[in-house]
Design a protein around this ligand. Structure first.
Ligand code: HEC
Length: 107
């Protein structure tokens, strides 16, 4: 049995190009970020701030991704739970970051 190598080569080439395109540097996806924000109940603290609350208002969010991820992994105080990579993967953190950067203030 003789394998015709040309189609195999072309197929492998296209597959490689396709995979490279998908695995490229990914900016966060704000829509998915909004879902994660709801799923993890970030809003329970960050959107229900009462007078005198120590929870920061995230509506004017401008943190860099690196800074944001560092806070997520290890918040400065004990009031906010830490979200390790087992709870929020780096990709999900990027999505959350994109959502916080993009969104308008919630009504
Ligand atoms: C139990 C309440 C609570 C929950 C839930 C919570 N946070 Fe926080 N967050 C805080 C408090 C309080 C701070 C202030 C720093 C501290 O005490 O750790 C904070 C700080 C932050 C900051 C830093 C803001 C700044 O300008 O310095 C970011 C960003 C943030 N939270 C995002 C999130 C995200 C995203 C989620 C969901 C994955 C979340 N928080 C869930 C209470 C909470």
């Amino acid at each position: 049995m003789r394998l015709n190598t040309l189609p195999v080569f072309v197929f492998t080439f296209l597959l490689t190009m396709f995979a490279a395109g998908c695995g490229g540097p990914s900016a966060g996806d704000p829509e998915n970020g909004a879902r994660i924000y709801r799923r993890l109940r970030c809003a329970a603290c960050h959107e229900n701030r009462t007078a005198g609350s120590t929870v920061p208002d995230l509506s004017g969010f401008t943190l860099s991704f690196r800074r944001f991820r560092a806070i997520l992994r290890k918040p400065s105080g004990a009031a906010m739970p830490a979200y390790g990579p087992e709870r929020v993967a780096d990709k999900e953190a990027a999505d959350l970051h994109a959502w916080l950067r993009d969104r308008r203030r919630d009504p």
